[in-house]
Design a protein around this ligand. Structure first.
Ligand SMILES: [Mg+2]
Length: 181
C-alpha cells in the first residue's frame, strides 16, 4: 500500500511539473493537490486527519504485518471484519442464538452491493457510537495505536497462524473445507 501511495505521489509530482512547464496552470494545481494528499497519507501513519489517511495508514500497516498476499485477500479482510463485528455484538450482550436469528434474516433477503453496504456499516456503527457515547474516531485511533508496536505486530502475526490452524483464514482452507473448526 505504501508502495502504491509512493508511486501515486511521484506520478502526480511528475504530471504537476509537466503541466506547469506546458503552462497548464489548472491541471498543474490539481496534480499538485493530489501529490500533497498522497504525501500527507504517507507521512501520517495512524495519525491521519481524515478517513482517507486512516484507511491508507491501516493498509500500510496490514501489508507490513501480514505481507501482500494475506493483506490483499478480500475473503481474509471480510472475515476479520466479521470477527470484530461479532465481538462487538458479544460485548453488548448478544448471544450466539440471537446472532443466528440475524444471520437467517439477512441471508433470507436479496444480496446487496459492496459500496452501499460499506456505507450502511459505517452509518450504523456511528449510530451505535452516538447512543453508547463512544467517540468513534478516538476508538479507531486508540486501537490503531495499540496494535502498532513491534510486540503487538508480532503477536497479531502469530495469532494469524493460530487462526490458520483452526481453518479460520482464507489461506487455511476456510472456503474449500467449509471450516475446520
Ligand atoms: Mg477484537
Amino acid at each position: 500500500m505504501r508502495d502504491v501511495l509512493t508511486q501515486c505521489r511521484d506520478q502526480f509530482a511528475f504530471y504537476a511539473d509537466e503541466h506547469r512547464k506546458a503552462g497548464k496552470v489548472e491541471k498543474a494545481e490539481t496534480n499538485e493537490r493530489f501529490r500533497a494528499l498522497a504525501d500527507r497519507a504517507l507521512s501520517q501513519p495512524g495519525g491521519g486527519g481524515d478517513m482517507g489517511d486512516f484507511q491508507s495508514a491501516v493498509g500500510a500497516w496490514m501489508v507490513e504485518v501480514f505481507g501482500e498476499q494475506i493483506a490483499m485477500d478480500p475473503l481474509e479482510r471480510i472475515m476479520r471484519f466479521l470477527e470484530e463485528a461479532l465481538e462487538l455484538a458479544q460485548a453488548e450482550g448478544m448471544t450466539a442464538t440471537e446472532v443466528g436469528r440475524v444471520v437467517d434474516y439477512v441471508y433470507g433477503r436479496p444480496v446487496g452491493e459492496t459500496f452501499q453496504e460499506v456505507g450502511g456499516v459505517l452509518v450504523t456503527l456511528a449510530a451505535f457510537c452516538f447512543r453508547r457515547e463512544v467517540d468513534l474516531k478516538a476508538a479507531a485511533l486508540t486501537e490503531f495505536d495499540r496494535i502498532d508496536s513491534p510486540e503487538m505486530r508480532k503477536r497479531i502475526f502469530d495469532k494469524q497462524a493460530f487462526k490458520r490452524a483452526q481453518g479460520l483464514t482464507s489461506d487455511g482452507g476456510f472456503r474449500a473445507e467449509g471450516g475446520a473448526a
